[in-house]
Design a protein. Sequence first.
Length: 332
Amino acid sequence: MINIDYSIGVTVIAFVVIAYCVMGGIKSVAITDFIQMVLILGGFFLAIPFAIRLCCNFPTALKNIPYESLNLFKGISPATIISLIIMYVATFTVGQEVTSSIYSIRHAHDATKALILSAFLIILFAFLPTFLGLISLSMAEIGYVDTSFMFQDGARYAFLNLVVNTMPPLIVSLVFVGILSAIMSSADSDILAAGTIFSNDIYKIHIDKGADDDQVVKITRLTIIMFGIIAYLLALFNSGSIIIVLIFVFSLRAAGAFIPYVFGLYWSKSSAAGTIASLTFGCGSFIVLEIYKISVLGLQSIIISLIVSLFCFIIFSKLFPPVINSLELADD
């Protein structure tokens, strides 16, 4: 929008996100995530009626969308869709950007209501960009917009080019701020999670068991800065597709952590050995399947890895049972 260099933009965003995570912790992340959610939904909700008006009305827009573009399976197989659904459900179930906020809620019933509302909003948001993309395609078919500028950067940027060239500055700003908010809301939650996991689960348990709260907070802040810098460098020098990277990382996280996390909540005989085995073999099998492009019964890698993870979790939990059969967290 303002034609600044990519590296400068990444640097500014990284500095801002790291700064408020270090200074405010989970409270700053929760507050900014809420504001960012409002901006994301607000920008798209304002863009929809304006885009429809450019087509004259909704029936006109719908009538001029090519029929083949409404085919759910065009360019993607049902198996891939099912695999992506499984991957996303599994990865967000164990995702620290979700769980860190949920476990910070004071009461369980508030956490339940927050999860239900969040699920509804995520499903809603999944359809908004798609709907706007179809409206953009309709305008191109009608001839209301010049397709040369709409597709000048490829089909992926058609909607963004449409927004920039046809909508008022206020809506343009809100749409782009919404997209930027989606990036920041994930970035802050994940680097905060990295800091809290290291300080609470590694530093306080295995490095300095006598560390007080102030020392743990200090270690958390240092870890946030360290992981924030690593993420910044990855973003700065990334030359591949971010979608491919995200799908790989999300699938890897789901393959290893989903089974032990869910079973640990509901199966009292879950053990530490089962958890380690599930993480190791679940993630390991996914990496091997992806690197060597191995197909088993035509199933996607994530499904095979989840099956491996489940099998290993049950077997090792049976072979090395927990000292106490309980669903409650223990001090030792």
